[in-house]
Write a protein that binds this ligand. Structure first.
Ligand SMILES: C[S@@+](CC[C@H](N)C(=O)[O-])C[C@H]1O[C@@H](n2cnc3c(N)ncnc32)[C@H](O)[C@@H]1O
Length: 403
């Protein structure tokens, strides 16, 4: 399946009815669809000509104009913000968590390995940016079902989320708005970092990176030249020089990831997301919107998701500062294979000896194929950061996630 520009959308099975589709690596944002990049920003709109309105973006000063970070913060998490709506993320797109219970089962296996590496029979799981707690509950279900390996393990599960606790969630899941401190175990952040708001920069006609300001209706205009820590971040991670090229200034994500890793006493922190690396940054950025299963123009009005791919290498560097263990970046395909997610079709002979079992195995293989697909969820990056803890103890050689 492709979007309007012919790019394959990630997170979609190759079958026809994908339900609510996913987000992810689909190339530049809608603003770049003509292949030549977006029209360069001009001052033509003039200051103070914002849309105003009374949505989450209202009241930001300057008749509604502000940087993308402030705009997205209000639109996603302010009063009436997109992520606080009752339908939750799953109402608009699907992540690996929604795609198949095999994903939560793989995370449960990883948790068990982390517990084995740490020793003892207690382990914590932090589901960071938990949505409606689907992963946290799914891991508990998987541990219950896999009795064998999970047995005897006392798991404390936290769901960290800005939205309210959903009704009916497994009571064993502790719902919190703040990162718990000093946990020992696994911190898992699936498609969280791409929703940490950030500012956007665009190189002007002289090649000078300037902040991009946005109005509540999505119109943009050039702002002040980028300076200070943001300019340093751009120079280090995403240099801009060519007029009209854009970058998303990932500093808030670096800080968010470093805080998440820093909250742990020992164990493993994992961020799973769509992203890019230095040397292959998208020239016009990736900021885009999602609503009701469709990619839409990014408008900070609280009615759509606002997401941008993650500079995974920058986050990795920030998260590993001061730690003895080096971060690893692997594809979801590779890690899930190592965690036993297998897309091989069951043997045909099973169809005659155990028809129902064959159908179940076939469905599992289809779900595994979706989670590990090229051009889809399998291309997502897993950033793995081991936190050795006070004892300096690290995982078994090869890491927790290896077979
Ligand atoms: C794209 S959704 C992913 C949900 C879930 N992890 C999944 O994979 O289905 C991102 C979630 O992160 C949450 N989030 C963003 N920033 C957060 C923060 N600072 N603290 C807690 N939750 C946050 C949002 O409210 C949203 O529910």
């Amino acid at each position: 399946m492709t979007d309007d520009s012919g790019r394959r959308k990630p997170g979609l099975p190759s079958g026809e009815d994908a339900g609510v589709p996913g987000r992810g690596p689909g190339g530049p944002s809608l603003q770049g669809q003509d292949g030549g990049g977006p029209a360069p920003l001009t001052d033509a709109d003039g200051p103070g000509r914002g849309g105003g309105g009374d949505g989450p973006g209202a009241g930001r000063g300057g008749a509604g104009w502000c940087g993308w970070r402030v705009a997205a913060e209000a639109a996603l998490y302010g009063p009436g913000g997109f992520y606080l709506r009752p339908e939750g993320p799953a109402g608009h797109f699907r992540t690996s968590v929604h795609a198949s219970p095999l994903f939560a089962a793989a995370v449960a296996r990883l948790l068990v390995r982390v517990a084995e590496g740490l020793g003892g029979n207690r382990v914590d799981l932090v589901d960071m940016g938990a949505g409606r707690g689907e992963l946290a509950a799914g891991v508990l279900r998987a541990l219950d079902a896999e009795g064998g390996r999970g047995q005897g393990l006392h798991v404390r599960v936290y769901a960290v989320e800005r939205a309210a606790r959903p009704p009916g969630l497994d009571p064993r899941v502790e719902w919190t708005g703040d990162l718990p401190q000093g946990v020992r175990g696994l911190l898992f952040a699936n498609e969280w970092l791409d929703n940490v708001p950030l500012d956007v920069a665009e190189a002007d006609a002289d090649g000078v990176p300037r902040h991009v300001e946005v109005a509540p209706d999505g119109r943009e205009r050039p702002g002040a030249p980028v300076d200070g820590a943001d300019a340093e971040w751009l120079a280090r991670w995403w240099p801009l020089a060519e007029p009209g090229t854009r970058a998303e200034i990932g500093r808030p994500r670096d800080e968010a990831w470093a805080a998440a890793v820093g909250s742990m006493a020992a164990g493993l922190a994992v961020a799973v997301d769509y992203g890019h690396l230095a040397g292959a940054r998208p020239p016009f950025g990736t900021l885009t919107g999602f609503r009701d299963g469709r990619e839409v123009a990014p408008v900070p009005d609280g009615r759509c998701d606002l997401t941008a791919h993650v500079a995974m290498d920058a986050c990795a560097a920030a998260g590993s500062r001061g730690l003895a263990a080096a971060p690893e970046l692997l594809s979801q395909r590779e890690v899930l294979h190592r965690l036993g997610v297998d897309a091989a079709r069951p043997p045909l002979a099973l169809a005659s000896t155990d028809p129902a079992g064959y159908v179940r195995a076939l469905a599992r293989a289809g779900e595994a194929a979706e989670l590990t697909a090229r051009g889809g969820l399998g291309d997502f990056s897993w950033l793995l950061q081991e936190v050795p803890g006070a004892t300096g103890r690290t995982a078994a050689p090869g890491g927790y996630w290896r077979a």
